[in-house]
Every structure is written in structure tokens, then in C-alpha cells.
Design a protein around this ligand. Structure first.
Ligand code: SAM
Length: 444
């Protein structure tokens, strides 16, 4: 089908590839970033001109952020479900509806390209008339059909919404879901002088070393990139390393370190860092990042389940592999590629890693465990279970005032728990941060 003459029609290839990518994410559970990778991703996407690639990203982004609303719109338009075996019809309709309702694409173009797509897809072809009829009706009755959509509830899959409701209450679950409708701003961690960099980059100085930029500009073109004055890191992702306090001169193991956001923070604060990660490829990126930033750290490519340090560390930061449901604003595909059993499997790995690495910190030393997940099974429950099993460790609660302006992200127990709907430290800080969990433990 790639060589169909239709592919030459202006705008067609972008819609066809958007439907392909949407299908790969929601049916095959493939990560969107991997599909969009310009070196190794979807070949059709890579071959598109720059502008069309931006359009594909916008369409797939809207399809995923608004997936529940779009499904409900379709539901209202169809008398009966479209059979699964009809292949691409659903994806084609979702791509068209995203353009008609959530993007600035004229209805006529969205409808005719969807019909074109159905007409060249063997299994979708019999539904060409249905695609045409349904989308034209949507064009005519847009207001009535999109009326009263419960976006906050619809756009989060049931199992995640139930998890978040159980953990944070329904109102907060709704606010988390609402936060996922918008892409995240670009946060940088600066080596020094956040106020000066905020002025130079026309951004906002937030808590500590974070400077927030409104637009996701091309990072490498921004002032300060070449000279290594800052690195990209969400405000929430910068908090776990800050929990270790003054680390100057300490030997610290940054475990699960790549691509190195937290390694850079620790090195910037004067620690001697050993950065360990299982992935040689990701570790290469970490080394490139450290070279740009002018930091010297030891790197080790190893599975933490095999690695044995030569001597105990003064402190340890474990940023364990997790479901990443705290990053759905940045990666809207996460809500569809992860499933409940992934959380269970990851929680087992986290327990194993935490249990093992805890022995590598010297008595009296601190251990920070963190994940970018909203699921208590990967955070609060993980640490509570660890403390029950390991009386040789105690929780060192995060205290009010410790994370300038972010007290609403500290739980009663003294855990750090940020949510995508948490405001920044001041009013007007363009709302939000990744969902992170962190706990600070001390070896007795
Ligand atoms: C959340 S990411 C780390 C992000 C990083 N700490 C930062 O701030 O930039 C998790 C990392 O854990 C690594 N990882 C997963 N399982 C591992 C294992 N068994 N041993 C070592 N590293 C592992 C992955 O390769 C991945 O780079």
C-alpha cells in the first residue's frame, strides 16, 4: 500500500501514517517515542517532510489525549459497534475526529482524506460509505454530538482512573486526568543563577534550580545548551536528588541513572557519582550529557541484580524502572501501552532492586527511592513494605519548607508525592509537573 498513488495526494500520507501509529500504540502497545524516532522509528514517518511530521505528531497526540472523548463521540454516531476484524476503520475514524474536533483542520479535508484512506485499505473498504456518512453527520451536528462530554473521566482508561481514585480521591483523579489534556511545558535544571537564566530564556524561575519555558522549543538551539549551562528535567524529577541535601564530597551511587538528569544534579552539587544503568545505549547518552555539561562521573553498565560495589556508598539514589504513569502529559501513549499486570511485574522488580541496593549504603547513610509513577504499588506501598521487612532502616520524612514552595507535594507520612495537577510553587507558574514519588530512608 505504501506505493499507492494515493500517497502522493497532499495531506494523505500524514493521515495514513497517523492512523498507523495510533494503531501501533493502542493495539500493539508500542511506545510512541520509539515509533517517532528519526533513526529507528516508523519508516513512513521518517520519510515525511518536516511539516507533515509535525502534523502527524499533533494528530496522534490529540487522538491519545482525547481518546475517551473521541470514542464516546463515535459511540453517539454509530448504531452498533464496528467489528474488530474490520481493521483500520476505528483508527481512521479516530484520526478524522481528532482533526475535526480538537485540531484546526477544515472538516472537508479531514473527511475526504479519511474516506480516501478507507478506500485503499482492503478490510476498511467495505466501510467507506459508513466513514463518509458518520463524519459528515459529525460535521453537521458537531455541537449536539460533542455536548456534555465528561472529558476528565472519559480520557483516562478505567483501571488507571480507579487506581487514582482509590489513592487520591475522585476529585483529584479528575484533576490529574484534566492535566493530561495539555502537553507539559519545558523545564530546565540550571547549574546556577536560575533568575538570570529565566530572564535570558524568557522563562520562569520555579522552585530551586528549575527554569520553566512555555514552549517546547528546539532544545539544542536554546542559549546555554552548547556551553552546558543546563539540562532538560521536569520540576518534579529534580526533587528526589534534592532530598539528599548537601552532598558535596560524598560518594554517591546513582542507580538506574541514564540518561542522567539526577546524575547531573548530584555532580553539580559536588558529589563523586557512580552512575549505574543496565542499558549501554542509554548510558552512552548519559556520558554524552555529562561531557556537554562538563561533569566527570564514573559510569558502570550493569544489571543491579548482578552488580557488586567495591565499597559502601555515603548515599544512594535509586530511580527504579516503573510504569511512568506520572509522565502521561509528556507521553500520552503510556495510558494505553501499560496494563495492570505491568504494574505488578514492575512492583516485583522494584522490591527486588530496593532490597538489594539498600545494603550498599554505609550505616548512617541516606537512601532515596523514587519512581515517576502515580501508582501507590510503585511508591508508598513499596517503601512501607521495605520498612516492614528491614528494621535496620528508618524513614526520614520530607519536612515542610524543605522544597521551597512545594509543601503540597509532601504527604502526612513524609513522602514526596507530586501530581500532574499540582500547581508550581507560585500562582501563575503554568500549572503542573510530572507525577513522582520519593522516600528518604536512613540506614541505622
Ligand atoms: C526512570 S529511568 C532513569 C532516569 C534517570 N535516573 C534520570 O534521572 O535521568 C530507569 C532506568 O533504569 C534502568 N534499569 C532498568 N532495570 C535495571 C536494572 N535491573 N539494573 C540497572 N538499571 C536498570 C533503565 O535502563 C533506565 O535507564
Amino acid at each position: 500500500m505504501r506505493h499507492s498513488p494515493m500517497m502522493e495526494k497532499p495531506g494523505f500520507a500524514a493521515r495514513k501514517i497517523a492512523a498507523d501509529l495510533l494503531g501501533n500504540v493502542v493495539h500493539k502497545h508500542r511506545a510512541l517515542d520509539a515509533e517517532l524516532d528519526l533513526a529507528s522509528g516508523h519508516s513512513g514517518f521518517r520519510a515525511l517532510p518536516h511539516q507533515d511530521r509535525a502534523l502527524v505528531r499533533a494528530i496522534v497526540g490529540a487522538c491519545l489525549r482525547r481518546r475517551g472523548e473521541i470514542a464516546e463521540i463515535l459511540n453517539r454516531l454509530l448504531d452498533r459497534d464496528i467489528p474488530e476484524k474490520t481493521g483500520r476503520v476505528q483508527d481512521i475514524l479516530h484520526v478524522a475526529i481528532a482533526q475535526m474536533i480538537y485540531l484546526d483542520v477544515p472538516d472537508r479535508a479531514a473527511v475526504s482524506l479519511a474516506v480516501d484512506h478507507a478506500s485503499i485499505d482492503r478490510r476498511a473498504k467495505p466501510y467507506k460509505g459508513l466513514v463518509n456518512g458518520v463524519l459528515r453527520r459529525l460535521g453537521r451536528e458537531k455541537d449536539a454530538i460533542t455536548n456534555d462530554l465528561d472529558a476528565d473521566r472519559l480520557n483516562t482508561p478505567n483501571w488507571l482512573f480507579e487506581n487514582w481514585t482509590a489513592a487520591y480521591g475522585e476529585e483529584t483523579a479528575r484533576r490529574i486526568s484534566a492535566a493530561h489534556r495539555n502537553a507539559a511545558p519545558l523545564d530546565l535544571t540550571v547549574k546556577q543563577d536560575p533568575d538570570g537564566w529565566a530572564e535570558r530564556l524568557d522563562g520562569l524561575a520555579l522552585s530551586g534550580p528549575t527554569v520553566r519555558l512555555r514552549d517546547r522549543a528546539t532544545v539544542t538551539a536554546l542559549e546555554g545548551y552548547e556551553e552546558g549551562a543546563w539540562w532538560v528535567q521536569d520540576l518534579a524529577a529534580s526533587l528526589p536528588a534534592r532530598l539528599l541535601g548537601d552532598v558535596a564530597g560524598l560518594r554517591i551511587a546513582d542507580l538506574c541513572a541514564a540518561p542522567g538528569g539526577k546524575t547531573a544534579q548530584l555532580a553539580n552539587a559536588g558529589a563523586h557519582v557512580t552512575a549505574v544503568d543496565i542499558s549501554a545505549g542509554r548510558l552512552k547518552r548519559l556520558r554524552e550529557n555529562m561531557t556537554r555539561l562538563g561533569f566527570s562521573v564514573e559510569t558502570v553498565a550493569a544489571d543491579l541484580r548482578d552488580y557488586e560495589p567495591e565499597a559502601p556508598f555515603d548515599a544512594i539514589l535509586l530511580d527504579a524502572p516503573c510504569s511512568a504513569t506520572g509522565t502521561i502529559r509528556r507521553h500520552p501513549d503510556v495510558a494505553y501501552i501499560k496494563r495492570p499486570r505491568d504494574i505488578e511485574k514492575l512492583a516485583e522488580i522494584q522490591a527486588e532492586l530496593l532490597g538489594r541496593v539498600a545494603n550498599w549504603v554505609r550505616p548512617g547513610g541516606q537512601l532515596v527511592y523514587c519512581t515517576c509513577s502515580l501508582e501507590p504499588a510503585e511508591g508508598e506501598e513499596q517503601v512501607s513494605a521495605f520498612l516492614n521487612r528491614n528494621p535496620g532502616f528508618e524513614l526520614q520524612p520530607v519536612l515542610p519548607g524543605e522544597l521551597n514552595g512545594l509543601d503540597n507535594s509532601i504527604t502526612e507520612q513524609g513522602f514526596l508525592r507530586t501530581l500532574p495537577c499540582h500547581a508550581g510553587p507560585d500562582e501563575g507558574t503554568w500549572e503542573g509537573m510530572d507525577g513522582f514519588f520519593a522516600a528518604r530512608l536512613r540506614r541505622l
